[in-house]
Design a binder for this molecule. Structure first.
Ligand code: ADP
Ligand code: MG
Length: 407
């Protein structure tokens, strides 16, 4: 079935046509009719399968059926600021030929323009919890007309860091509302929490056993912690045209890996939660636009971010939470595209690899590096690690010696 055959507002069809969305994806095919009927839905489908439009299309249709002055009728909660921007853009794209007004609301930027936009009236709000609550508490935002609540990345939104906020939020919403949960990953504990905030039994669309996107070829290689940068250098030089997203464990490591790549002539963008928000948005936009082909980042970009032409994901470090693996490698292979992912696994990270395999229920294939090519990779680096390390050590040592003398 094509979108033209759907019983949805012609203005939506026009936008879908312009976006090049002719046929629904599997999750859209399954979820849209239920959502149109007003049912509560818990939808689990692999990364990159079009979950955003799966809720945006029927929500927009619902809002169009009953024309109202601009009041907040749909609230979408997301875990990160960049995701608020992205999901708001999808709503805006699909509702482009309608009167509906959409706002992305997130912290780290000035609040006044957001409060101003809210005062002018909006219909659909895509928000991160922190800023939403600030504005609610200051009286800029009333939630008593909300008809639809969406938790995107639902398992994450119901996880410890966000759960109290979400529970508080749900208490402020009308009890008669539609509630939608979307994610690529879920577990039984989270499912139980999700059931608690909906009244009616909810429908479940389940993905296949393996939650990793079938469009992603993923493998791991055994590499010592201190050698990882040489292997990243080699990969980036071999794949000089590829658009590559590299995940590391910490903000500090993101900066360090970026510096190491620069030493060997490979510039990169860095993005993590330690950067100011204007930077974060700009970096992601530069990567999206292709100004730079390499982005080194933390798990802040593991979920939801949709940059369709990412060719390669590198897990420079393995994530602590197994589900993050599924989300990280899901930043490639989106829509109909295929993608590749490789994880660098040091001996101390092997328990994390076991945990990921237990979680996905599959064995991740190993890309064997024989001793000779391992040795060559290190020998062929353009970095001068020993000199650099000596200099760094001297620098690090100098001030501490001074301090010691003083005391
Ligand atoms: P998910 O949330 O499932 O990870 P997204 O909603 O971010 O996936 O969508 C992934 C990509 O698929 C986006 O680039 C989006 O534009 C594209 N897409 C979504 N629905 C369709 C469709 N029906 N036809 C073609 N492309 C689509
Ligand atoms: Mg998504």
């Amino acid at each position: 079935m094509k979108f033209v055959q759907y019983n949805i507002d012609p203005a939506i069809k026009e936008s879908l046509e312009a976006l090049g969305f002719r046929k629904p994806t599997d999750i859209q095919y399954k979820a849209i009719p239920s959502i149109l009927k007003g049912e509560d839905v818990l939808a689990i489908a692999q990364t990159g399968t079009g979950k955003t439009a799966a809720f945006a299309i029927p929500i927009i249709d619902r809002l169009l059926r009953k024309k109202q002055p601009h009041v907040l009728r749909c609230l979408v909660m997301v875990p990160t600021r960049e995701l608020a921007v992205q999901i708001a853009t999808v709503f805006r794209d699909i509702a482009g030929h309608t009167h509906l007004k959409v706002l992305g609301l997130f912290g780290g930027v000035e609040q006044n323009p957001q409060a101003g936009a809210l005062r002018n009236g909006i219909d659909i709000l895509v928000a991160t919890p922190g800023r939403l609550f600030d504005l609610v508490h200051q009286g800029h935002l009333v939630l008593d007309r909300v008809e639809v609540l969406v938790l995107d990345e639902a398992d994450h939104m119901l996880d410890l860091g966000f759960l109290t906020d979400i529970n508080d939020l749900v208490r402020k919403l009308p009890t008669r509302r539609q509630t939608l949960f979307f994610s690529a990953t879920i577990n039984d504990r989270i499912k139980e929490l999700a059931y608690r905030i909906v009244k009616k039994p909810i429908r479940i669309q389940l993905s296949p056993k393996d939650p990793v996107s079938k469009n992603v070829d993923h493998a791991f290689a055994r590499i010592g912690m201190d050698d990882k940068r040489f292997f990243l250098e080699k990969l980036l030089k071999e794949r000089a045209d590829a658009k590559v997203l590299v995940f590391v464990r910490t903000r500090l490591r993101a900066d360090r890996v970026s510096a190491a790549m620069l030493r060997v002539g490979i510039p990169s963008l860095v993005m993590h939660s330690g950067k100011d928000q204007a930077d974060r948005l700009q970096v992601l936009e530069s990567f999206r636009q292709g100004d730079s082909r390499l982005l080194i980042t933390t798990d802040v970009n593991a979920r939801g971010i949709d940059i369709p032409d990412v060719d390669y994901v590198v897990n420079y470090d393995l994530p602590d939470h197994p589900e993050s693996y599924v989300h990280r490698v899901g930043r490639t292979g989106r829509g109909l595209k295929r993608g590749e992912a490789i994880s660098f696994v040091s001996p101390e990270e092997e328990p994390l690899l076991d945990a990921i395999e237990a979680y996905t229920g599959t064995e991740i294939s190993e890309r064997n590096i024989d001793a000779e090519s391992y040795r060559l990779t290190i020998a062929e680096t353009e970095d001068t690690p020993h000199d650099n390390w000596r200099k760094l050590l001297e620098e690090a040592d100098a001030p501490s010696k001074k301090r010691r003398k003083k005391s």
